[in-house]
Ligand binder design. Structure first.
Ligand SMILES: [Fe+2]
Ligand SMILES: [Fe+2]
Length: 233
């Protein structure tokens, strides 16, 4: 049984489609199951078994990544930036701590947006191609061109943990608290950072532990299909 907060966190990225008119009932049921499982990951991020997400197909997992990226860009990153500015405006803080926090938040925002844009332009289009149904397969040459743009193994090996970027911000907040500045505003900023950190950690783990292995396997099967087709011609 997940707690309400975890469920809301998990559901927040699918709010525009869950409960709407556009979703087929079977699809909505599958998505609701995904949201419930995601909520259990929020409950216990460190000991959660990510292979449980293997029950969901690449299509839904790709939608999760895409809608979560939108949530980060449109809400989470902006909230962190706005709350840190709000804290600095309303607290008597040494100038160097102010500028350290400002720089760390800016850097984290730029790095995270860059990370997302990279995945949106290379990984996600390729995942969508891998997931297309058999009858709509792209021709072999087009597939190979797309494959050359996204090396799944390289993506896995070079994938960075974005949540680690929040540690610098967290350290500066620690210094503010040590300087006797712990108050409601700092408490809110800390809470937002903790939540975003958990979200990023789960997101990164799903990409690395679930999506990439699934995509590698789908890619292997697809290449087999192409070879069969080519050998018949
Ligand atoms: Fe991502
Ligand atoms: Fe990522």
């Amino acid at each position: 049984m997940t707690n309400h907060w975890s469920y809301q966190q998990a559901k927040s990225r699918f709010d525009s489609c869950l409960g709407g008119q556009s979703l087929h009932l079977a699809k909505e049921t599958e998505m609701s199951g995904f949201v419930r499982l995601l909520a259990t990951a929020f409950d216990d991020v460190d000991s959660f078994s990510y292979e449980k997400f293997n029950a969901f197909d690449l299509h839904l997992l790709t939608e999760y990544v895409s809608s979560t990226h939108k949530l980060y860009i449109n809400k989470s990153l902006q909230e962190i930036e706005q709350w840190s500015e709000h804290c600095m405006r309303n607290m008597v803080v040494q100038e160097n701590l102010k500028s350290q926090l400002h720089t760390a938040v800016r850097k984290f925002k730029v790095d995270t947006i860059e990370h997302i844009q990279e995945e949106e332009s290379t990984l996600l289009p390729y995942l969508r191609l891998l997931n297309c149904d058999y009858n709509r397969l792209a021709d072999y040459d087009s597939f190979w061109i797309e494959k050359s743009k996204c090396d799944l193994t390289k993506f896995h090996d070079e994938h960075e943990d974005e949540h680690l970027g929040l540690q610098e911000i967290d350290n500066i907040i620690g210094q503010l608290c040590k300087a006797g500045q712990r108050n409601f505003l700092i408490g809110m900023l800390e809470k937002k950072i903790k939540t975003f950190c958990t979200d990023l950690q789960i997101h990164g783990n799903i990409e690395e532990m679930v999506i990439i292995p699934k995509a590698v396997e789908t890619e292997r099967k697809l290449i087999q299909k192409y070879h069969k087709l080519l050998s018949k011609n």
